[in-house]
Design a binder for this molecule. Structure first.
Ligand code: ZN
Length: 254
């Protein structure tokens, strides 16, 4: 009898461990990257979950793409995905991008030819590690830092980027690189409980993950996300209403 109870106890412990391991995998969006310190070849060989925001219609298209698939003319997925060899939490196989961005990118490539990318979409961990600003457009998947192609000065290249339709294009101070973005607005908008799908909802979900909360990363502000925001608001002494305005954004992106 005692041995049988002991065995039952062991099985319960095992079941608990299996559940605990599964739970940590399912929520660990940024620590389940398949390899640490990936080489360029490994980055190209990975499969990425790519979220493309349709700016006119207001919806996300989600697909699994290989690292060498193209997001736009000459722009491969792995080049735009967040990666760094600083910390394994920076790696992610989730990528956000918008069609406003790719339209401007294609128009710029048509003028200047191939462009080398330094940095595209960043998750919150990556943005912090590279010293990105708190309300970075890189975290919304609408920004890119590019090396100025030969034959251009950085300031002329920035002007070409503006002419191609990027909302903000400027030389990154003290470098030969240009930042360009297809932002919908400066800063991040208020996310209401009935916002539904939104470009910056993906940014919100990522920010929650970076704060160890567990939204569903879909770009749609659903009931689980709202619960997580309300938990975050409660834990941080904010008004508990599920509405992500400037106070909640400030805390989330701090
Ligand atoms: Zn930038």
């Amino acid at each position: 009898m005692f041995r049988r109870l002991n065995k039952l106890f062991s099985i319960l412990i095992m079941l608990f461990m299996v559940f605990a391991v599964n739970a940590s995998f399912s929520f660990a969006y940024y620590s389940n990257y398949p390899v640490n310190n990936p080489t360029e070849t490994e980055l190209k060989n990975l499969t990425y979950e790519v979220f493309v925001w349709n700016s006119d219609q207001g919806y996300w298209s989600v697909s699994n793409l290989s690292g060498t698939a193209y997001l736009a003319d000459g722009l491969q997925v792995w080049e735009f995905a967040p990666y760094s060899d600083d910390n394994d939490k920076l790696y992610s196989n989730k990528v956000a991008i918008s069609d406003d961005f790719t339209d401007s990118w294609d128009a710029l490539v048509a003028v200047v030819g191939d462009i080398s990318v330094n940095c595209g979409y960043r998750n919150g961990f990556h943005n912090a590690a590279v010293g990105g600003v708190q309300y970075s457009q890189h975290k919304a998947g609408v920004a890119v830092d590019m090396t100025t192609p030969s034959g251009y000065t950085a300031s002329v290249f920035a002007t070409k980027a503006s002419n191609a339709g990027f909302v903000d294009a400027h030389v990154i101070s003290g470098t030969n690189s240009v930042h360009a973005d297809a932002r919908e607005q400066t800063g991040y908008p208020t996310i209401y409980t009935n916002t539904g799908s939104g470009l910056y909802v993906f940014t919100l979900e990522d920010a929650l993950i970076c704060n160890d909360y567990s939204p569903i990363l879909t770009g749609f502000y659903g009931s689980i996300d709202i619960d997580e925001v309300e938990d975050f608001q409660q834990d941080n002494g904010l008004t508990i209403d599920g509405i992500v305005g400037s106070n909640t954004w400030d805390e989330l992106t701090d």
